[in-house]
Write a protein that binds this ligand. Structure first.
Ligand SMILES: C[S@@+](CC[C@H](N)C(=O)[O-])C[C@H]1O[C@@H](n2cnc3c(N)ncnc32)[C@H](O)[C@@H]1O
Length: 412
């Protein structure tokens, strides 16, 4: 059924209620009549650890490798003396980084205690990943080259159903890590040297680190406070790598969908509340709470880059982490799918968001993750320096748009 929603800024969004299926493929997404997601605020999913599966290890190694790739891309790859991982959870990424020689000494800090994975299990899985994973990747490439009508069932399964390390990486980060991803044997014990159960904000700043990482934890912090803390904990020329889910992405971390693309993102919180009450009366209370409470800061790529600069952290590389397919198996349409369906509307969507978030840009709708490598320069006046050197306009627009052009060219 055709309907409209008019925002408090006077914008009218036209939609078809049947389209909900398009934006809510995941079976636990909130939408009228669909199954409900288990409570997101349930803290009882505390962190004791049974075992670690091959598939799980594959995802964690891919995440750790996303840093390795960035260090290689920027010629900063090497062995760091002192790694700090912020919000380390079970500490697997820093343990891997120690194991493959990126860090000689690894410290994890987390406000909650979690069991660490047994180093022997990690080592074993790592060996398996390097042999079995490489083999499967080779097979996948070979069978993909066979025309589909000529593939047998086994070949089809490998091509379509087997997730290899490389195919997982490509799906998650939108770029191909190449066979280099298999080239890192575990030469040291994959474990944390220190596992600190405390808030990162209580760490003594007289102790300096030359590499700081944060895997999927930035959303827990006030951005200015955490970047200032990172700046104070990093030694000069130290590197900071962060990867965080982009709240503004097509199926964002609240896992909420509406009848039109970016429903949760393009409506201000009061407008979203009104839309939810009108169209999802049964779920509205939970939807509104999710919208209000889940990552209230919602940093854009600009926020990360500009605030980093303001704290003396120069972003030397960032990746867009665009998903390469039109659909994500359990998420619904990806930015690319939305682009193909709604190409003519994207400017309008961006303009709608800009009414309540002025530094919003197209890239913020398309980016799946924010993955950024900063280097600490020791100067606290870096942002002003950049603006002066580049010209304010050029700096603000150019930094993002120039690299965006390259990304979009790939598709159109
Ligand atoms: C989504 S988890 C990510 C865990 C881990 N990095 C991973 O990749 O599995 C975010 C972590 O940040 C931690 N955290 C939240 N506030 C924190 C703080 N003030 N200091 C340290 N850790 C914090 C949480 O306890 C949680 O374990």
């Amino acid at each position: 059924m055709k309907k409209t929603f008019t925002t408090s800024y006077g914008d009218t969004i036209h939609f078809d209620t049947d389209d909900i299926e398009v934006y809510a493929r995941r079976d636990n997404l909130f939408y009228n009549g669909g199954p409900k997601r288990p409570p997101l605020f349930d803290e009882s999913s505390a962190s004791t650890l049974g075992g670690i599966s091959y598939a799980h290890y594959q995802t964690r190694y891919a995440r750790a490798y996303s840093l390795v790739k960035m260090l290689k891309d920027t010629n900063l790859y090497g062995a760091y003396d002192n790694l700090l991982d912020i919000g380390c959870g079970q500490g697997i990424q820093p343990a891997i980084l120690r194991g493959i020689g990126v860090a000689r000494y690894a410290t994890g800090v987390d406000i909650r205690h979690s069991e660490q994975y047994p180093p022997r299990a990690i080592k074993k899985l790592h060996r398996k990943l390097r042999t079995v994973g490489r083999l499967l990747d080779g097979l996948k490439a070979r069978y993909r080259a066979v025309p589909q009508e000529k593939r047998n069932a086994f070949q089809n399964t490998i091509v379509n159903n087997v997730t290899t390390l490389r195919s997982f990486y490509i799906n998650e980060y939108g770029s191909d890590p190449g066979s280099d991803i298999y080239k890192h044997p575990m030469t040291a014990t994959p474990e944390l040297d220190e596992h600190l159960v405390q808030s990162v904000f209580d760490l003594d700043e007289s102790r300096k680190f030359d590499l700081i990482t944060s895997f999927n934890a930035m959303g827990y912090f006030d951005l200015d406070s955490i970047l200032s803390k990172v700046g104070n904990l990093l030694g000069d020329n130290g590197a900071f790598y962060m990867v965080a889910a982009n709240w503004w992405r097509a199926f964002n971390p609240t896992w909420m969908a509406g009848h039109f693309p970016f429903a949760a993102q393009r409506l201000s919180t009061p407008d979203f509340a009104r839309y939810a009450r009108e169209h999802f009366p049964d779920d509205a209370d939970v939807m509104i709470r999710l919208h209000e409470e889940f990552e209230p800061d919602r940093p854009t790529l600009h926020d990360y880059l500009e605030k980093g600069l303001a704290h003396g952290l120069v972003p030397i590389k960032f990746d867009y982490c665009n998903l390469p397919s039109d659909e994500y198996s359990f998420g619904g349409l990806t930015p690319l799918g939305i682009l193909k369906r709604h190409a003519g509307e994207l400017d309008e969507i961006v303009a709608q968001v800009q009414r309540f978030k002025s530094n919003f840009r197209l890239v913020d709708l398309t980016n799946h993750y924010h993955s950024i490598l900063f280097v600490r320069t020791g100067s606290t006046n870096t942002a002003a320096g950049f603006e002066q050197a580049a010209g304010a306009e050029e700096y603000r627009e150019g930094l993002i748009y120039k690299s965006m052009k390259g990304v979009w060219k790939k598709f159109f």
